[in-house]
Design a protein around this ligand. Structure first.
Ligand code: 5GP
Length: 208
């Protein structure tokens, strides 16, 4: 990762304001990224929010629109891309589109809030190109590959969907070394501690 905190020019001509950290968290589906991020945000120890991203997939039972995701049609998604409203986007599992609306990120960072993107490795690759030196990327590893199948089965997904996700996961695990940091999610509290330390260091690096 590059060096130096990014700054925005202050239109009033005063001291430049600092941008809150941009944190990219990736890892195979089922590894517990969302649970980890919710646990960290629940601690209230740092000014952080998770960007609510957009997807064309259907909500799973219990997922609340606008909280888990913004659920868009393919047409809405294409329009948002065409209007330059997406910070990044990717076709995940070869079926659905997923992407981060800029409105979920830019205004918060300008107010000094750290924004966490829980996105796939393709999206992480786009952020790496677009924001060199201006983000921290973290890959979350499962303690063992078999653990992923257990966690996906626990969500009650159909077998074909589980197999497709495991195939995607194999490809993702092979790309862990493209990330700034890798952490293992064997124990939720320990992984939350580790993530909190990394993000606290990123705030410090940016002069907060
Ligand atoms: P799921 O369908 O299990 O919620 O998510 C499937 C994958 O898409 C996960 O790896 C998740 O992190 C990723 N994902 C969710 N939102 C986005 C996004 O906005 N952009 C990208 N590139 N990936 C996303």
């Amino acid at each position: 990762m590059g060096q130096g905190a990014s700054q925005t020019a202050d239109p009033a001509g005063g001291a430049p304001s600092r941008l809150g950290p941009l944190i990219v968290l990736s890892g195979p589906g089922g590894v517990g990224k969302t649970t980890l991020v919710e646990a960290l945000i629940g601690r209230n120890s740092l000014p952080l929010r998770r960007a609510v991203t957009a997807t064309t997939r259907s909500p799973r039972p219990g997922e609340v629109p606008g909280l888990a995701y913004h659920y868009w049609t393919h047409a809405q998604f294409r329009e948002a891309i065409a209007h330059g409203e997406m910070l990044e986007w990717a076709e995940v599992h070869g079926v659905d589109f997923y992407g981060t609306p800029r409105s979920e990120v830019d205004g918060y960072r300008a107010r000094g809030i750290g924004v966490i993107l829980v996105i796939d490795v393709q999206g992480a690759g786009q952020v790496r190109l677009l924001y060199p030196g201006d983000h921290l990327s973290v890959f979350v590893n499962p303690p063992a590959f078999d653990e992923l199948r257990h966690r996906l089965e626990g969500r009650g997904e159909p077998e074909a969907s589980i197999n497709r996700r495991l195939e995607t996961a194999r490809g993702e695990l092979a790309r862990a070394d493209e990330f700034d940091k890798v952490l293992e999610n064997a124990d939720l509290a320990a992984a939350t501690d580790a993530l909190e330390r990394l993000i606290r260091d990123e705030f410090t690096r940016r002069g907060f």
